[in-house]
Design a protein around this ligand. Structure first.
Ligand SMILES: Cc1cc2nc3c(=O)[nH]c(=O)nc-3n(C[C@H](O)[C@H](O)[C@H](O)COP(=O)(O)OP(=O)(O)OC[C@H]3O[C@@H](n4cnc5c(N)ncnc54)[C@H](O)[C@@H]3O)c2cc1C
Length: 382
């Protein structure tokens, strides 16, 4: 180990920023060096993407700058990470080699529309920040026809977000006075709306979208997409505007370094350790099993919690303590109704017998909490 430990964090998203913040709060810059590497120099809370789609936000006023990190005594390198050398404890970026004593991999998941034949050319990616204003414009000019909101594969990040998107789009179209002439179909490969939240919450989400005449079609596993046509394993459906959530995979270097097998993610336990000494993985780039058939969902709130868990475990190791912190699996996700209210989906993934979930009432107070959630993180982390 060098004179002071160097903690290198790959990815400046939810997980990376939360772990860096927690570590810097415990150690001064004379005790540990912390470096975040990210190919982009901004951070955005995922749900702000839906506000760009419905026109209440722009991209520019939804981002925080990672160039602010040095003010918090966290180094920031804006560069593409090309390789992780786990044997020599080194990370290669486009411009340099960076050695580490502790490594936190929080590189998120990669959106991979190219995995589905015809998808890229025939629809818009609801999760891609480059396509949000195009989606907004399409929704503002559409006068009639069919919108298909389609989940192209599991797992994907923030399981309730596509449902929230459908409600916000419904509300936009109502405000424009065109909703009665536009049909919204929602296609999912799952048998119920939110498998990770269980049957009861799934029924509540189904009722919520159904009450706004958004038609939920379950068990629709996509094969390919053609111009104006979705081809599922068992059926076909036509559309005028396709908004999709693409398959998610891990970044290529995760497969190249042997940390995961394509198309999966890094398997971790609740201590977020990888098999490599002092190498941790958190957030969307991981799979943390809850039961044999269920994993912790990909969500910012869980990436944040895992980031804090890893920070505590690194702090314990540096201080030569034996305590090991396990991720508690608790978190909450907001679901906006499109009527200036939101509900909160509370989750306790590791509660005694089975995951506990609860969907609260949709209130304006919860919508204020959602806005506060974003503000708090921007202020604290950047
Ligand atoms: C529309 C939408 C709504 C959402 N709503 C919610 C919500 O209400 N609540 C919630 O909890 N979550 C929500 N999420 C999910 C949340 O945004 C993600 O789960 C969260 O960002 C995951 O954090 P992470 O740190 O694992 O990855 P990310 O935040 O994705 O960060 C990964 C970082 O790694 C960087 N990176 C990757 N590869 C490289 C490379 N090779 N070189 C350099 N840098 C690299 C990326 O640029 C990125 O900044 C939503 C997501 C979307 C899209």
């Amino acid at each position: 180990m060098a004179s002071i430990p160097h903690i290198v964090i790959l990815g400046g998203g939810f997980g990376g920023l939360s772990s860096a913040h927690e570590l810097r709060n415990s150690f001064s810059s004379s005790q540990v060096k912390i470096t975040i590497i990210d190919k982009k120099d901004w951070f955005m809370v995922g749900f702000a993407k839906l506000w760009i789609i419905n026109g209440t936000r722009t991209f520019e006023n939804s981002i925080g700058s990672l160039n602010e990190l040095p003010k918090k005594e966290i180094n920031f390198i804006k560069d593409e990470i090309l390789a992780i050398d786990l044997q020599n404890k080194n990370v290669k970026t486009t411009s340099q080699n960076i050695s580490y004593d502790f490594l936190i991999i929080s590189m998120g998941s990669i959106l991979a529309p190219e995995k589905i034949p015809g998808l890229k050319d025939n629809g818009f990616n609801l999760y891609d920040h480059n396509q949000l204003s195009k989606i907004h414009d399409k929704l503002m000019s559409m006068k009639s026809g069919k919108i298909a909101i389609t989940i192209m594969g599991m797992p994907y990040k923030c399981p309730p977000a596509p449902f929230e998107a459908s409600l916000l789009i419904d509300s936009m179209l109502k405000k424009r006075g065109v909703r009665n002439s536009i049909r919204i179909d929602f296609y999912s490969p799952s048998p119920i709306t939110l498998p990770a939240a269980g049957t009861e919450v799934s029924k509540q989400i189904f009722d919520l979208v159904n009450s706004e005449k958004i038609i939920f079609h379950n068990s629709c596993k996509i094969k390919s997409v053609e111009s104006n046509k979705l081809i599922f394993e068992n059926t076909e459906a036509d559309f005028d505007l396709l908004l999709f959530i693409p398959p998610h995979i891990a970044p290529k270097i995760i497969y190249d370094s042997g940390l995961a097998k394509e198309p999966g993610f890094i398997l971790i336990d609740r201590d977020c350790k990888t098999p490599f000494e002092n190498v941790f993985a958190i957030g969307d780039v991981t799979t943390m099993a809850v039961t044999e058939t269920m994993a912790v969902p990909k969500a910012g709130i869980f990436a944040e919690g895992e980031g804090i868990t890893v920070a505590k475990n690194i702090i314990s190791k540096i201080q030569s303590k034996k305590e090991l912190t396990l991720f508690d699996g608790k978190g909450g996700c907001f679901i906006e109704s499109g009527k200036e209210t939101a509900s909160i989906l509370e989750v306790d993934m590791f509660s005694q017998s089975k995951p506990l979930t609860n969907l609260s009432e949709s209130t304006s107070d919860n919508l204020s909490k959602k806005i506060e959630f974003e503000k708090e993180r921007m202020a604290k982390w950047l």
